[in-house]
Structure formats: structure tokens, C-alpha cells
Design a protein around this ligand. Sequence first.
Ligand code: ADA
Length: 641
Amino acid sequence: MNTLLPLHSASVVLLSLLTLALGQMPEEAIPQIPPSVLPPALEQSHDAGDPMASRLFRTTSTRKQTQLGGFWDFVTDPQGKGETERYFASFPAPETRMWIPGTWNSYARYWHYEGPAWLRRKFEIPEQGHLRLRFAGVFYFAKVWLDGKPLGDHEGGYTPFSFVVDRVEKGEHEIVVLVDNRLRDDSLPKKGVDWFPYGGIYRSVYAEVVPDLFIDNFHITTVDSSGKATIQVKAFLKNPSGRERREQISFEVNGKVLYSGAHTVTGTQQEVAFSASLDNPRLWSPASPFLYSARLSLQQSGDDQFTRFGVRHFGRDGFRILLNGNRFKLAGANHHDDHPDWGSALPPHIIRQDIEIIKRMGANAVRSHYPTDEMFMDYCDENGLVFMNEVPAWQYSTAQLAQPSVQNKIKTQFADMVYRDMNHPSVISWSLGNEWPEFEKSYDVMKSLVEYARSVDSTHFITYVTGGAKFGRVSGLLDIISTNWAQYQWYDPFTTLDTAEGRKSLDDLNKIHAAFPDKPVILTEFGGAESQAGWHNWGNVKWSEEYQGRNVADSGRYGLEQNWISGGCVWQFCDTRSVPSRFLGGRLRGWNAKGVVDSYRAPKMAFYLLQDVFHRYRRGISENDLKDNNIKDKASSLVHP
Ligand code: ADA
């Protein structure tokens, strides 16, 4: 990635422009110019080559699955009369047919629609049996009927849910889903959040026939110690009939059986735990993202499930984060599932391209405000991108956090996130929320959330993200202090690092370390300045690419150069659509335009400047070469070329 790259005429022009803009700079400071074609992201396989599949690997070799993507009948229900009028039994004349996975808010006709909507499709099942319907993500509230009978409902837009129906006949069936994307003060995220609440069945959905006893999921944790990894497996079994049975459970890694044992299963669900060992494990890291394939199988019931895992260890040494015993700093990007044509329903080729661009940026990490698409996580695993995962408890007020219903939603979302994403070696941390304006007033809430989080999973860092360089008693509860370094220049081009405001924001940051010298600190968001792609100005003018580029490069470099800071993630990867209420609050065209690439992923100047910062860091140049005054000098050269 870092070798000499072919230059062609467009690149040469761009190179000259950048050189002009940056003034006299030493040769190695010239940003890398990427070739016009991105190298492909690593991809080991794709689930049976099925374009509708939600994962990059085969998840079962025994279950018959029917992908339910494609066109569904669609009708909006602005007056909310669908349930009384029994749309689930007799679907009204459709307004249109909607492509699933998809969101209605990416269709011109439903661009602004927030409310209830109904979707229906028919499908065939190949044999009689227990039918499991699995939704990877429906935003935000869903209620499901099969052949006119209610299966249940689900609240929460980012994690999967499923229903099992006993003895469904072979042949044609009808599924109806009521979806509502109206957010409220006590929803997760809350109403008015700074990203668009795209409504719909926006992630994959499938039906599959499962045996009486089946595997719902299984978790793998690994402990590496001199030439051997101990693998701990926890299997989550479902046994809807509750009938007691004896089952032989086998566990294979890369085709080799590492464990086989008989277990008694009683009740409708049961956890089974065992351990195995793996000799001479290859470790996972961003430089060498080695993955193992694991299969869990039930001999008598005939069920199986696959997953992938990595052997790696995140640890702490005072303020340092260690990966496999070595210092690790994040050089990352904040990613939203958002695209002008697809909304939040990113199709596989866009997900793959986003990963390619993030890799090309020189990043080694990604952060998201919520559990992202499972395929995105698979790509992070394969491409060595460390992932900061988060519950979308975004900017809740003290009064909101005091509500037990809100606390329960945070806990449920946390548990569901861990349940889904536990095996991804890319995951470094679980965050409990982002930017509660008065987080210290919610100390007791945070304490109980952290205790809950640790009871669910003790193998990943627990964190919470403050808005601005802030800290307090809450910080002492966390494994990592995460802070959005948003104080200078985000909305005001005159507060550069050289000004009094800029210096104050540096002082504030340093105070965190002074108060908690032994805790790692990550700048979960830095460099957030909006720019209109293509709008340039010499004077650091708001919305110009120069204004954004300067903020991104200065703060990214600062985060990587300070020994006590464990790096950070740029805010943000691409321009994303915001909520209508923010349209008048300064969001350009209604979009949050702080992307280093625009909404269609075309690079802005900030992309190249950040790429230079990240690549320098990876080449080990930054720590010695760019200390002290260089930040100031380069910033000045942007304003006074
Ligand atoms: C915060 C928040 C982001 C976004 C950002 C901004 O840092 O976490 O979601 O709203 O502000 O663009 O102002």
C-alpha cells in the first residue's frame, strides 16, 4: 500500500495543487496520491456466493435457508389504522413494491416519511418443519405475522431478532411486517439524533427450517499462552419443545475436531460451556488478520453452525493499549451506514468499497455509534480493522437516563450487541453511550450500566464517550476513557490550535491524563469540520475543504503524537444524512458534511491529508519527526500559502 504508485495526469495536477496549498514542504510530507483504482479489500469467501447473504462465510451446512430479499409489497399507514383494519390478514392494495433489504426513505416518494408502514411477501418452504424467521435489522419497531397469525414484535434497529414457528407445512406462506421508524424521547437512539432514522427491513432476512433442538449462537473466547491457545466455547441451544434429551456436541476448528462430548439438554433453552486447546495458534492483528473457521454441530439433532474467530489479546499497561503484548494506537474513522441511494441499507458492494477506502486511508480502526451490518464486521475481521462498538445511547439528558425504561433499553441493546458480535476479533471495546451532556449527574446510572456490562462480558474494554475533552468520576468506572475532541474549530474556523480557544482545548485534553494518568484515552472523534466537497478557499473559510482538512490533519496528528493518547477516529468517514430538524441548524443540505469523503465516497482534501498523517504514523515517522512546532508550522502554511 505504501510503495511507489503510478502517477497519471489527473494525479499530477492534484499533486501540484496540494503542493501549492501546503507551501514549501519536505518531499516526504507530500500526501500519497492513490491510483485511480482501489485495491480490493481482502475477502476470503462469500456465503455460497448468494448475493442476498448477510455474512462473508457459510453459517450452516445443514439448514435449508430461503433468503427473503427481493421485492415486497409496501403500503404506508400514516393514520395507524392497519392493525384495526387487519392488514396482516388481508393486505391492502400496495402503493408500490419495495426492494428488501432496503429503506423507504431512499425512495423519492417516501423521502421524509416517518411513521408506520406495512410490508408483505409470499415465499415457499421446501419441507415441513420448525420454521425460523431471522431478521438481521429492522428500523426501528417491528411486528411480524405469518399466515395472518402474530409471531411477536421487536424494538431496536441495529441487532437481529428471530421467531420460531412449530410444524409449518411445506409450500407457500405469507409474511407481513409492520415497521415504524418514529423515534421518541425514550427510544434508542432518541428522537432528534444526528443521523437519519431510515425506516424499513434494511438488513438481510431469511427463513430456515431448524430441527427440534438447534444452535442459536455460540461464543468463542481465546486465551493465548506460549504456543497454545485455550478456547472457551459457550453454546446457546434452543429446544422449543422443552423435551429432555442427550446430545453429542462436537466442535471443530479448520476442519479438525477439538472437542466432542455428551450433554443433557433440559428446558426450552440452555447454555453449554466447554473448552478446547489449539496448538501453535497464529495471532490476529491489523498487520496479519488471521482468522480461524469454527463449526459447532449436534449429532442427534443434525444441526450445525459456523463462525470465525481470531486469537488475539487486547490488554492495558497503564495508559497504553496493548495488542498481543505490543503498543497499539488507533488511527481510525467513524462510519455511519449511510448512502444517498441506499440510505442505511448498504449493499455488499458498497460495504466492501467503504472498507477499501478506509484501508486506503491508512486506517487500522473503525468506530460506529451502533452495531453496524454483520458483513461490515466480517470485512473488518478480514482486513485487520479494529472496531469500537457502541450502544446508540446518544446525547441522552439526565432526565431521560433516569427513566428505568431507557436504562433497560440500553441494557438490552448492550446484551444483543455482545450476543451478536462477540466472536469478531476486530472488536476492541463496547461503549455504553455517547455525549450525555451532564454525564456526571448520571453517575449512579453509569455505575449500574458498567456493572451490568461486565456481568455480560468481561473480555472486552468497556468505555463511554464524552462530548468535548471532559472527565469526572464516571471516567474512573471505565477501562478506556473515550472523548470526542470537539472543542476547537468544529463549527468555528477561527479557533485553530494556535488561538486561545485551541490552546484551551489542548489544556482540557491534557487535564484528562493528569487526572487519570493510568487510563488509556482515545479521541473517539476528532477533526469534525464540515466541508462542501469541491468548495475551496485560501482563507480557512467555513465549509471550504481547506478548513476541514486543516482540522482533520492537525487533530489527527496530535492524537497520534502524544505518547499518552491511544490515537483516535476521524469524524467522520463520509457525509451522511441528518434529521430534518437539523436542516435549519446549519447542516449543509441537511447532510452532516464532515465526511473526509463525500456522500458518494469521492475523496475530499481532508482524505489525502489524513492519509498522509496515518501513513506517516504507520511508517513510524510521526513520533520523532513531527513533534512540537511542526503542527503549528503546517497549520500556518495552509492559511498563508
Ligand atoms: C458529536 C456526535 C456525532 C455528531 C457530531 C457532529 O460528536 O457524537 O454523532 O453529531 O457531534 O457532527 O457535530
